[in-house]
Design a protein around this ligand. Structure first.
Ligand code: FES
Ligand code: FE2
Length: 365
């Protein structure tokens, strides 16, 4: 599990004034709230006194969070500023009564948290469409997925599962055969891995046809993992030969993957279309509404698939080995990249998952 990374703690709207949020991110319990000035802050959620979860506490004047058990109270820096039981003269708040504060950054409508031990080496990735007036955006509720975060990352890089998993909605057998261009690099201090798929005069699957009102189209589809915590998808569709002419339609999808622990994560999605774009099948409705309305079936299929995979990691490998084919190239590269990030901070996962994944990766080189 990679800790030295920015992870989405939530969309900005998930952090209302005067509310306290508790989460577990990469195995670390954190409590988040907003100061009176609106700044989002995060502390280790285990009270320094007796580990009571601070997310059960309450906010007092002066941006202070009071533990619900014995009332130790902490300021946004994590310093303990009050202990009710210290009533005798001469008693002092111990210097060790201090909560660890985690770096938090809020930008483009997203609250990011850095759970790692190293200092952040970069800013979080940009998600400019979210919260921009030029785009219609719909954010989903956070979804808990009972699977290692890597399984979602692999799912998002892999379109060969469009048949059969998504056959009948967004998928077709032809998707599994589209050539993939793969690019790896660093941008703004963050590692990324990108796949590009170009389809020409492609017969669109039912859901896509319905969204864009085209039977046959050219389609450009870009999937980029930025750091381990964000997936950026751009889909552009146009009548054959019309990509790049202003006749395009499309959407931008951000998917965040925030590990809770080795066998679960939180998945958020934010979908954006250019403001005012309407749905081909129902011009009174916005395109982004149409896209999001069709998404739950697809999401549940993906969640079901990766949760089933996760269960199978519960059995010993014995002589089990995965087989990779050429179209698994992006998944294999994603594993290399994630393995490197884990190795760099020495946070490899449970031995069973690790040893198997390493073996797969080296076999597929
Ligand atoms: S456990 Fe928090 S004040 Fe005692
Ligand atoms: Fe899928």
């Amino acid at each position: 599990m990679i800790r030295n990374a920015w992870y989405v703690a939530g969309f900005s709207a998930e952090f209302a004034p005067d509310s306290i949020t508790g989460q577990v991110i990469t195995g670390r319990p954190v409590v988040l709230w907003r100061t009176r000035q609106g700044r989002a802050v995060a502390l280790d959620a285990r009270c320094a006194h007796k580990r009571f979860p601070l997310w059960e506490g309450r906010l007092l004047a002066g941006d202070v969070l009071e533990c619900a058990y014995h009332g130790f109270a902490y300021d946004p820096s994590g310093k303990c500023v009050a202990i009710p039981a210290l009533h005798e003269t001469g008693q002092h708040i111990p210097r060790t009564a201090r909560q660890r504060a985690f770096p938090v950054a809020e930008q483009d409508g997203v609250v990011w948290l850095w759970p790692g031990d190293a200092e952040p080496a970069s800013h979080p990735p940009r998600t400019v469409e979210i919260g921009s007036d030029g785009w219609d955006t719909i954010n989903t509720e956070p979804m808990e997925v009972a699977a290692n975060a890597r399984l979602l990352i692999e799912n998002l890089f892999d379109l060969t599962h469009f048949y059969p998993l998504h056959a009948g909605n967004i998928g077709s057998l032809a998707d599994a055969r589209v050539p993939v261009e793969i690019e790896r690099g660093r941008r703004d201090g963050l590692p990324y891995l990108k796949t590009v798929r170009r389809r020409h005069s492609f017969t669109l699957p039912p859901m896509t046809r319905d969204r864009f009102g085209l039977e046959v189209a050219d389609q450009l589809q870009e999937h980029t993992m930025v750091g381990p915590g964000l997936f950026h998808v751009v889909v552009t569709v146009a009548p054959p030969g019309r990509l790049g002419t202003g006749d395009e339609q499309g959407f931008v999808l951000y998917q965040s993957i925030t590990p809770r622990d080795e066998s679960s994560h939180v998945w958020r999605r934010s979908t954006s279309c250019r403001s005012g774009t309407t749905w081909a099948a129902s011009p009174g409705k916005s395109l982004v509404e149409a896209i999001v309305a069709g998404a739950p079936t697809v999401i549940e299929q993906d969640r079901w698939a990766i949760e089933q995979q996760q269960k199978m990691f519960g059995y010993p490998d014995d002589d089990y080995r995965e087989v990779h084919i050429k179209t698994d190239g992006a998944v294999v590269m994603a594993r290399h990249l994630l393995d490197e990030m884990e190795a760099a901070e020495g946070t490899a996962g449970p031995a069973q998952v690790r040893s198997q994944r390493s073996r797969q990766s080296s076999d597929a080189r």
